[in-house]
Design a protein around this ligand. Sequence first.
Ligand code: ADE
Length: 243
Amino acid sequence: MRFHVLTLFPEAFAQPLQFSIVARAVQRGQINIDVADIRDYTHDAHGTADDYQFGGGHGMVMKPEPVFEAAEATLSGYDAAERAQIPVILTTPQGELLTQKLVEELASSPAIAIICGHYAGVDERIAEGLATRPVSIGDYVLTGGELPAMIIIDAVTRLLPGVVGSPESVAGDSITTGLLQHPLYTRPAEFRGMTVPEVLLSGHHAEIDRWRRRKSLERTLEHRPDLLSTASLTNDDRRYLAG
Ligand code: ADE
């Protein structure tokens, strides 16, 4: 998978993705993160990439020309058929909410381009004529789209074949199953007076599965009851939730 990031702050990507699973995926050639500096595509001595808004108002707006030119240069190595398969994400609080379902869809693309919005926002013609997928990572406003871009890269990378050790750990994790994950414990069995639930030490796999399922249901009900309307629930689950 090739990620093409277009940003005014390429230095933001120098360190954060260089540890653990994403770094290993880069080393193994499973992913490639290409970071383009939008300012390289400006045409004045000051490298001006933003400007005042038409109509007045606070905050600067990213100009369309350097972003279009950066995207065209970055994607020029692909032929038209490949290019049509590549989602061009714009990170913006106005976008579609990033969910595990969207991450799965993105993971099936041959490459992904990500335009990092910054300042008050981008000129609407970038959203209209260049980006194909405006994406928000949540209902809060960040100073820029660099962290959202890293989040997208991280979430997509861990779904790629062979990146995470066992496919079961990806298939069974929080949200992917439609529910929040059950609690996890490791050694020691007792720590500062806090003990591991007996059932996990019992070796009874059916009992363990039942306990984990119930804990997932309890947590989802407590923290994300909205997920229960789309999760696939058994009659047993429904009975348990009804209490
Ligand atoms: N830029 C600023 N806030 C954002 C958000 N919540 N998601 C994506 N991009 C953003």
